[in-house]
Design a protein around this ligand. Sequence first.
Ligand SMILES: NC(=O)C1=CN([C@@H]2O[C@H](COP(=O)(O)OP(=O)(O)OC[C@H]3O[C@@H](n4cnc5c(N)ncnc54)[C@H](O)[C@@H]3O)[C@@H](O)[C@H]2O)C=CC1
Ligand SMILES: O=C([O-])CC(=O)C(=O)O
Length: 360
Amino acid sequence: MQPASEANQRIARISAHLHPPNLQVTQLMEESAGLRRANCRAKGAAPGFKVAILGAAGGIGQPLALLMKINPLVSVLHLYDVVNTPGVTADISHMDTGAVVRGFLGQPQLEEALVGMDLVIIPAGVPRKPGMTRDDLFKINAGIVRTLCEGIAKSCPKAIVNLISNPVNSTVPIAAEVFKKAGTYDPKRLLGVTTLDVVRANTFVAEVLGLDPREVDVPVVGGHAGVTILPLLSQVKPPCSFTPPEIDYLTSRIQNGGTEVVEAKAGAGSATLSMAYASVKFADACLRGLRGDAGIVECAFVASQVTELPFFASKVRLGRTGAEEVLPLGPLNEYERAGLEKAKQELAESIQKGISFIKK
Ligand SMILES: NC(=O)C1=CN([C@@H]2O[C@H](COP(=O)(O)OP(=O)(O)OC[C@H]3O[C@@H](n4cnc5c(N)ncnc54)[C@H](O)[C@@H]3O)[C@@H](O)[C@H]2O)C=CC1
Ligand SMILES: O=C([O-])CC(=O)C(=O)O
C-alpha cells in the first residue's frame, strides 16, 4: 500500500521528466493513484470504531487527534474545527497507523463530519486565562456546545458523546437539553469528561505515598470546577491513610489543578497535553465498553441518581450502550461529607444555568 502523498510525489517527479509534460500520462497516473487509494482505504480500514473530534485543531484537539490516530480501536477518525483542520488532517494522516483520517472545516461540513460516528469527543471552545473561573467561559462555550450537539442529534444520534468543553458542570446539562429537544436524548450516551481530575489525583497522591502513579486509583466525584471536584481520599487504592495536613494539601491541589496550569501558562491557555492524555484514556475506556469488554469503570459527569442532583460525577460502568451503571459513592468520612455538601450547592447552580440556557 502506498500513502496518497507518496503517489502524488511520484506523479509529480515523473511528470516533470516528460518533455513537454504529458498531461494525458499525468492524468492517467493520477486516476490510477486515486483508484489505488480508494481500494487501499476500503481494504486497509482496520475493523474498529468511527470517532469524531470537534475542536480538533485546538490545544487539546491536536494532541488528542494524534493519540486517537494511534489507538488500534479506531478505524476512522474525523477531525472537525472552524479553523485549520486541513493542515492538522494532512499532518496526522501521514502517520502509518490503521485509522483513516478525514478533515472537515466550518459549520457547513459539521453534519458530514458526524454521519456514522460511534463516538464524538468535544474539546471545542475557549479556554481560561489567569483570573477566570470555568464559569466565565459559559458565555461563549454554551452556544458552541449547543450548535455541535444539534449536529450530533441530526447526524449521529446514537453516538456516545464525550464532552470536554468547559464549564463541564453546565455544558453537559446544555447537551442533555439539546438532545431532549431533538427527541434523541439517551442519558447513558452523554458523558462529561472528568478524567483529568482522576489523573491529577493519582499523580499527587502517588507523590505523597512514594508510589508509582500507575498503581494508584483515586475516585474523584462531584463535578469539574473548584469545590465541586471532590477526591475521595478515604477510598484510595491501594488502601492507605493520610494525616489531616496531607488531606488538606491533596484536596486543595486536586481541586485547583486546572488553575495551577492556567497560571503557569500565564495567558497561553489551560491544560492541553495532560487533558489530551486524560481524554484518550477515557475515550479508550468508552470504546472498550462499546466493544463489549467487561468491568470497565471510570469516573464521569453523567445523569445520575446518586444524589438529589440531576447530574453528578461518580464511577460509572461503561458498556455497549455507554454508561450502563452509575455506581454509588460508597462510604464517605466526615471531611468528604462536608465537601459533598459544598460541592452540591455550587453544582446545583451550574446545572440549572445550563438547563435554563436551552429552556429559556
Ligand atoms: N474537561 C476538562 O477536564 C478540561 C476541559 N478543558 C476545556 O476544553 C476546551 C478547549 O480547550 P483548548 O483546546 O485548550 O482550547 P483552544 O482554544 O486551544 O482550542 C479550542 C478549539 O475549538 C475550536 N472551536 C471554537 N469554536 C468552535 C466551533 N463552533 N466548532 C468547532 N470548533 C470550534 C477553536 O477553533 C479551537 O481550535 C476549553 O473550554 C477548556 O476549558 C480544558 C482542559 C480540561
Ligand atoms: O482549568 C481549566 O480551565 C481547564 C480544566 O478544566 C482543567 O485543567 O481541569
